[in-house]
Design a protein around this ligand. Sequence first.
Ligand SMILES: Cc1ncc(COP(=O)(O)O)c(C=O)c1O
Length: 547
Amino acid sequence: MPNALDFFISQFRSHLDLSNEPSGYYRPRPYRNASVRFRNCALADFNERRDILINEAGLNTFLFRADKIPGCDLLSDSGTTTMTSEQWAAMIVGDEAYGSNEGYFELKQQVGETFGPDWRQKSGLRVGDREPLFIFHQGRAAENALFTVLSRELKKTGFPKPKPFSSDLLPQLRSRIENRIRAVKGQTVGPFEPFFVVPSNSHFDTTEGNIEDKFMVPLNLPCREHLENNENFPFRGNMDLEALENLLASEPGRVPLVYVTITNNTGGGQPVSMENIKRVREITRRHKVPFFFDACRFAENAWFIREEEKGYGDRRIGDIVREMFDQVDGFHISFKKDGLGNIGGAICLREDGAFTKRFPQFANELTDYQIMTEGHPTYGGLAGRDLKALAEGLRTVTRQDYLNLRVRQMQRFGDRLTMLGIPIVRPIGGHAIYIDIDKFFDGAGRDEELKGISFTSLLLIAGHRFCELGLYAFGSFDGRKEVPPEPRVNNVRAAVPRLTYEDRDLFAAAEAVKILHDHRDRIPGVRVDYGRDLKLRHFKSRFSFIM
Ligand SMILES: Cc1ncc(COP(=O)(O)O)c(C=O)c1O
């Protein structure tokens, strides 16, 4: 009965094509669970969670004990990946030699495979001045090393004296830079007036912290579509090219490097288009300024390019990744995201790139810094087994089936929240859903009430953990009142760990959010009991409800 079989195959196939529709059945995952972890707490222990939240954690979600979260722990997608059997197997055969262990060579090899041959050492197995890969234990350690060494290099030519801005600088850019300079000055006791500006589509909070720590000014230049909340523009992570051009043309010498963060975590986890990346390359090349990626979610970014950008629909993810990385002079990465690792980070410098040419001593100095802070460059603060797991993770992360599952799960989660009436940032990005807290409270909350913190606190009592990435995380306190970030961001983020949750888990969290939304007028504000004026305050502060 071949016709009958053909008939059913075509039925199954067309059903599968519908599987990403909200009404369709869900495509089976491209993997099976190989190990599970039972929880040590029950969903109904609301009072226990209330007690821990108020008395132990001071309403700070970072300080809440993870083993008491029965629902979804969506605090971060960083380091929370469920590793594959292949990664665990690689860890077991990890080689723990102090220097030049097996994992180091495997990771180096894989970095070249994943990002392209330019990111592989060209001149044999030398460690030192021409090594493109510098390993660190996580992303922020890499950022810290980069900006520490960069500021030393910049100081070698004398730290420039403050000087007035050019009259060609766009007034809105000028006022944003001046505000940031004031903020950086307010936080430091150093002898330097902040002079250098490091622009990005949007810096992550630790990148920003590391830049400020070296008396430089982080500047976010998200694209117009982002500022206008354009829900139909797929590449809302893009950089504002006009602003970048104006900054580089009117303030030559102030910008030691330009960043693009892929995907744009701070802005909403949305991707940056290949076109935008190439335009940034063209502008930075013309102005002779090095161009870097913060590359944490490079594979998710490539998935969006393939899906949404003209000309890329039939390209392999791996090829798109290489094309992206062909554009930059260097990058840093936290392997805790698209390295599919639980720990790890790196800086990569193109041997013949603009950055290496401008700072010829940089790689040497960076190696010294690495030895002093992380250990020998061939392990960079990681165990040999971690390096092997990362090499294996980089092999998996560019799989089309994995990325389809990953990003489409995010879209189903977001669609479910929308269906329940929750205002989220759209289009939905690759690793997280961002709930727009201003809209959630219909603009009724005052900034001082920090309703994003109230929201995450109550959700923890419900049994799920999200993270405030808005007025508190990115804003500051000027001694009298809260100052919102510029441009304003007021989100709560639900970041989904990789390969960990099923749709039904995420939908359960969405239902708890709906209960909060239905009764949002009863959600109290919070007061800050500790840490309001500290740098990186959201990691450390304590709050209490205003009842
Ligand atoms: C865009 C971005 N950059 C840098 C980092 C810092 O990486 P890590 O957490 O490994 O220090 C993160 C972490 O979440 C991030 O999302």
